[in-house]
Structure formats: structure tokens, C-alpha cells
Design a protein around this ligand. Structure first.
Ligand code: SF4
Ligand code: SF4
Length: 149
């Protein structure tokens, strides 16, 4: 039951539509680009706990018991999917992380593909892009098949 709840809360409605579209088209996600150090993603963060993406301050408080390192985050609103959004108190006045070397794994892996499935988008002006693409091996086999026809 917990696994089902976790599965369901891993997607927003929009994220589920995206996952379905991806599966039906047999495409995969590709992340390209590089960070421009604008700091925007540190001002608008969705957090995922053991029970899925956080929707309530109560869930955030419960999460802090197991993950006290997340206490640096402050609730700053909700997104269109109803998920809580956080800003990070480690972001300094210059828009940079005050301890970049010791940032959290979630900061190191941004933009993670799970962002796409919670219905999120990259901040405007972000140097990364997330795109739905045909896997290269599939593209190649389709092209070879076409040439044989
Ligand atoms: S929003 Fe994109 S470009 Fe800006 S700091 Fe975050 S990852 Fe880098
Ligand atoms: S720890 Fe640093 S990189 Fe991570 S969200 Fe905070 S300011 Fe950004």
C-alpha cells in the first residue's frame, strides 16, 4: 500500500500524462546544456520525501526528523500541481551557494528527470533543457529498416 501511495505521489497529473506520452511514443528523456549559475533553481525547489513530493508543511516537518539537512529550505509557495515550493537559505546575496562544495545530492543532480514527472519545468533562462527524444539505437534501426524497404 505504501509503495502504491509512493508511486502515485511520484507523479502529478501533468507528470503522469508526460510519462504516458513518453511510454506510448517509446521516447526517452534527454537532459542537455550546462549550468549558467543564475541561482534560480535554488529559489524554487520541489522536495521529494519517502512518501513522494511534498504537499504540506506537516509532511515537511516530518521529513526534517529523518533529513535534518533539509532545514536550510524555506516554504515559499505552491506550484500549479499543488506541490510545496522551497527557497534555500544557503543562497547568498550574489545568487551563489554559500557552500557549493558541500551542497546536497539533489543540488548536484539538478536537473533530475523526476522534475519532469512531477510536472515541473526548468526556471526560465536555465542553461539546461529536458527533451523527449527517440533513443539513438531505435532511431538507427528505424532508419536502416527504411533503407531496406
Ligand atoms: S536554474 Fe539552471 S542555469 Fe540557473 S543555477 Fe539552476 S541549473 Fe544553473
Ligand atoms: S544548498 Fe546550495 S545549491 Fe543547493 S539549493 Fe541551497 S543554495 Fe542551491
Amino acid at each position: 500500500m505504501n509503495r502504491l501511495r509512493k508511486f502515485l505521489s511520484s507523479y502529478s497529473f501533468l507528470g503522469a500524462v508526460r510519462a504516458l506520452r513518453l511510454g506510448l511514443s517509446r521516447k526517452e528523456l534527454l537532459v542537455t546544456g550546462m549550468c549558467q549559475a543564475c541561482g534560480k533553481c535554488c529559489r524554487r525547489i520541489n522536495l521529494e520525501g519517502d512518501e513522494g513530493w511534498l504537499r504540506s508543511e506537516k509532511a515537511f516537518a516530518a521529513m526534517l526528523i529523518d533529513y535534518p539537512q533539509y532545514a536550510r529550505f524555506r516554504v515559499c509557495g505552491k506550484d500549479e500541481q499543488g506541490f510545496l515550493q522551497f527557497s534555500c537559505s544557503w543562497l547568498n546575496a550574489e545568487g551563489l551557494c554559500k557552500d557549493h562544495e558541500n551542497r546536497l545530492p539533489l543540488c548536484r543532480s539538478f536537473p533530475d528527470k523526476t522534475l519532469y514527472f512531477c510536472g515541473g519545468t526548468l526556471p526560465s533562462g536555465c542553461g539546461y533543457q529536458i527533451r523527449e527524444v527517440r533513443p539513438f539505437d531505435r532511431f538507427l534501426s528505424e532508419e536502416l529498416k527504411k533503407r531496406k524497404e
